[in-house]
Design a protein around this ligand. Structure first.
Ligand SMILES: Cc1cc2nc3c(=O)[nH]c(=O)nc-3n(C[C@H](O)[C@H](O)[C@H](O)COP(=O)(O)OP(=O)(O)OC[C@H]3O[C@@H](n4cnc5c(N)ncnc54)[C@H](O)[C@@H]3O)c2cc1C
Length: 397
């Protein structure tokens, strides 16, 4: 029986995993990538430390996704422990950082990891065609712009792995959204996730405090609380703790045009204990905040920024604000600066096997689907899990 052809469009993380796992004794497989190289966003992800996945137990891992139910089958097929083993097997040693996140060993550069994955794909006899941009359909055929002119292809199966819509310099620009919408496939406009959030700082506050950190705090939005640190930026706030609240903050902004987050500057001390310290009449409030409660000058400046003189001298008020400091968020950072995006192909447009319900033999995977997760390795894990799952599905056809 002759081999069937699979065209993968997009050469990002999910596509690379698929290409490494697919059984090429059964299928002829080609990746079509519009850029000069595959895995450009994977390399960008490695800029601040390539956080491949997280080491927590699968039961705790899976609930980090929105919606959890969608990611479950892919994660169950190829979970974080499977990914760590797979990465180790291709020659990349990993370590678990203090935050329980998993990284390649410190002296291993992201390009080395990418090259090991590409070697695996080449050894698997998958063809990689770069500078091939998919531009839409001609009837049911795929149309590409290529260095040799337009190409028209009719593979047996198409796997779309086009990525989200941030860091367009890596190729993931979301320009394809309208092409699916024209085919009657429900698409959701992209929005920034794992991004900075806008706050209307006063000029004097930001002049003094831009670039300063708020360390060892916790921040909440709705029922979700995250411990960590934040950076004060001209735009507002950045940092892992607020990225993790992206979904909650975005939901509030979408319905109210603004969101409120609450910072606890002293997560390990109770409000009563803070009030007891503030009740020491032999010291000024400023000294108690700075030296007894160890608040940083930035934290104190932030409290003062939103507090009248009268309120500042009211110790009950200040104790409450230290534990539950409200900040109004007025928007997200520009989408192109976000670490990930939500939106894309609506989840109810694909079957559990990731096949488009309205376009049989065509599949979608990775960030181009409308799911969300915080930073911490959850993004790459989900993309790799989908790539693995789909390759395994084909291998068992
Ligand atoms: C700054 C930054 C840091 C990050 N850090 C981490 C991290 O540490 N850990 C983590 O888990 N995740 C991280 N991520 C997220 C992670 O990199 C992405 O979620 C992941 O790369 C998405 O994989 P994907 O397979 O969906 O698509 P992508 O990797 O986005 O790849 C999609 C590919 O499709 C190609 N393409 C698009 N349109 C076409 C077309 N029309 N024709 C042909 N090709 C096309 C693009 O050029 C691109 O190469 C980070 C992201 C960023 C931006």
């Amino acid at each position: 029986m002759s081999k069937k052809n699979i065209s993968i469009i997009g050469g990002g993380s999910s596509a690379l995993m698929f290409a490494a796992i697919i059984n090429t004794n059964k299928f002829n497989v080609t990746i079509y990538e519009k850029g000069n190289n595959v895995g450009r966003k994977f390399l960008v992800a490695g800029d601040g430390g390539l956080n491949l996945t997280h080491s927590e137990i699968p039961e705790e891992f899976i609930v980090k996704y929105t919606p959890t139910k969608f990611i479950k089958p892919y994660f169950q097929k190829f979970n974080n422990y499977n990914l760590i083993n797979w990465i180790n097997d291709i020659g990349i040693e990993t370590f678990v950082g203090s935050s329980k996140r998993v990284f390649p060993l410190k002296d291993i550069k992201p390009i080395t990891v990418l090259n090991c994955i590409i070697d695996k794909i080449k050894a698997n006899h998958v063809t990689i065609k770069t500078m091939h941009e998919w531009t839409g359909w001609d009837n049911n055929n795929l149309v590409f712009k290529s260095p040799l002119g337009p190409i028209n292809l009719g593979p047996d199966f198409t796997i779309f792995a086009l990525g989200g819509a941030s860091w367009s310099v890596t190729g993931s620009d979301g320009k394809w959204l309208g092409m699916f919408a024209e085919k009657g496939i429900k698409t959701i406009p992209f929005q920034a996730s794992n991004c900075g959030f806008q706050i209307n700082w006063s000029e004097s506050f930001i002049n003094e405090n831009e670039g300063n950190f708020l360390k060892n705090i916790s921040i909440s939005c709705g029922s979700l609380t995250k411990k960590g640190e934040l950076t004060i930026t001209k735009l507002g706030l950045e940092g892992g703790a607020i990225y993790a609240l992206s979904h909650k903050i975005r939901t509030q902004i979408n319905s109210l045009n603004e969101a409120t987050v609450f910072i606890d500057f002293k997560p390990i001390i109770t409000q009563q204990a803070i009030l007891r310290k503030l009740s020491n009449e032999s010291k000024s409030i400023a000294d108690i905040l700075r030296f007894d409660l160890n608040l940083t000058p930035t934290q104190i400046a932030l409290i003062k920024e939103y507090t009248s003189k009268e309120e500042y001298n009211n110790i009950e008020f200040i104790a409450e604000k230290i534990k539950n400091f409200p900040l109004k968020i007025i928007g997200t950072a520009p989408i192109d600066e976000a670490i990930s995006t939500v939106g894309g192909i609506a989840l109810n447009e694909v079957t559990e096997n990731l096949e488009l319900i309205k376009m049989s033999h065509s599949f979608c995977m990775g960030e181009m689907l409308d799911w969300d997760a915080p930073t911490g390795g959850y993004l790459l894990q989900a993309n790799f899990s989908m790539g693995f799952y789909l390759a395994d599905y084909f291998n068992n056809l």
